[in-house]
Design a protein around this ligand. Structure first.
Ligand SMILES: [Zn+2]
Length: 349
């Protein structure tokens, strides 16, 4: 289904289904001007996604010889069809250099093995990790092969006809996600950096010390831009983008405080034990009843929050043998008041 969401420049939103995934769909945006087309993100490497994309391009009578593809970040619901879609076509695939380098280490390197070791250190069993190799939605539907791109740096400009779009690096959700901004129209494609009816997943990344700290800094960075229209990569946007950023910032403060309380009550726990104490939207299910893949996402988020506390000296991380454990470095109440002080730099003045 194709909907025109902006007039000048012409922007269409193509509803790309993500079957069996809680995200439900990808908002694939197609920008057109003066015969040129730019596609933002592709959906999974699945026939349902390819069908939707081809139908949308057909409906727009898009000229494939003047079509480029921009990938906001490395997740497979955004990159899955990149090589399939652009095969034997002259157009370019654009992606941030940071995410592309990381993507390469996932596609051809050892990143998953290191990630598996990290999760075992945080309380997953070898058997659970083996099961996740087939059950984890983060691992399926990747591109059929590794592909080359035109790598982008923060501040680079992309053109579609007479319109210029700035590429803004917003690390956090992935190490090198990018959003696109059209300054005259104050139009921003917020990718998965700002979502409106779900909170963007912030997880631990191999080689990244502080994903959550990076993410919060990237929210502050984006808040400096004047945004009249914000177009997210999933679901809908029915609220003010600045209010939404405030909500996300407060969400993480509350999450950090919950993590502190869980640690105060369970000194020396690993991330899986802490995650089991936190609130998750599990539709009435207990932690043990929660599907393994969802527990994996929850533990990834918990590690990102623990990393944030460790980086700021509020929590100490110890590794004994192959298992990690965490302890508060001060009284829980003092920890929370320090977080409250820190939040002054993230809140709007
Ligand atoms: Zn994503």
């Amino acid at each position: 289904m194709l909907t025109k969401v902006y007039d000048t420049p012409a922007v269409y939103c193509l509803n790309v289904p993500l079957p069996e995934n809680p995200l439900k769909n990808l908002n694939c945006y197609i920008i057109q001007d003066s015969g040129e087309t730019l596609i933002l993100d592709t959906g999974f490497n699945r026939p349902e996604c390819l069908e939707a994309l081809m139908a949308g391009m057909e409906e727009l009578s898009a000229d494939w010889s003047k079509t480029n593809l921009f990938l906001t970040h490395l997740h497979s619901d955004h990159t899955g069809l990149a090589p399939t879609l652009m095969k034997d076509k002259p157009g370019k695939i654009y992606m941030s250099r940071v995410d592309y380098d990381y993507f390469e280490s996932i596609m051809v390197g050892e990143v998953w093995k290191e990630s598996d070791r990290n999760f075992i250190a945080e309380g997953f069993t070898e058997e659970q990790i083996m099961r996740l190799h087939s059950e984890n939605p983060a691992r399926g539907y990747e591109p059929e092969r590794f592909f080359s791109v035109t790598a982008l740096e923060d501040g680079d400009i992309l053109h579609v006809g007479k319109w210029a779009f700035s590429c803004i690096l917003v690390p956090g959700h992935t190490p090198g996600q990018m959003v696109l901004y059209q300054p005259q129209e104050k139009l921003m494609f917020t990718a998965d950096h700002i979502l409106f009816d779900i909170t963007p997943n912030i997880t631990c990344w191999v080689g990244t010390q502080d994903s959550l700290g990076n993410y919060l800094d990237s929210l502050v960075k984006i808040r400096q831009y004047e945004i009249r229209t914000a177009l997210p990569a999933h679901r809908k946007n029915d609220m003010d983008v600045y209010v939404r950023m405030d909500q996300i910032i407060e969400h993480h403060l509350n999450r950090l405080k919950d993590t502190v309380h869980a640690l105060a009550a369970n000194r020396g726990s690993h991330a899986t034990q802490i995650a089991a104490c936190l609130r998750w939207s599990m539709r009435g299910k207990t932690w043990e009843e929660f599907p393994l893949s969802q527990r994996w996402f929850a533990v990834g988020e918990t590690i990102a929050h623990l990393d944030f506390l460790v980086c700021r000296g509020l929590v100490e991380k110890r590794t004994r043998g192959t298992t990690n454990s965490y302890c508060l470095t001060m009284d829980g109440a003092l920890c929370c008041s320090q977080l409250d002080c820190m939040w002054q730099m993230y809140r709007r003045k």
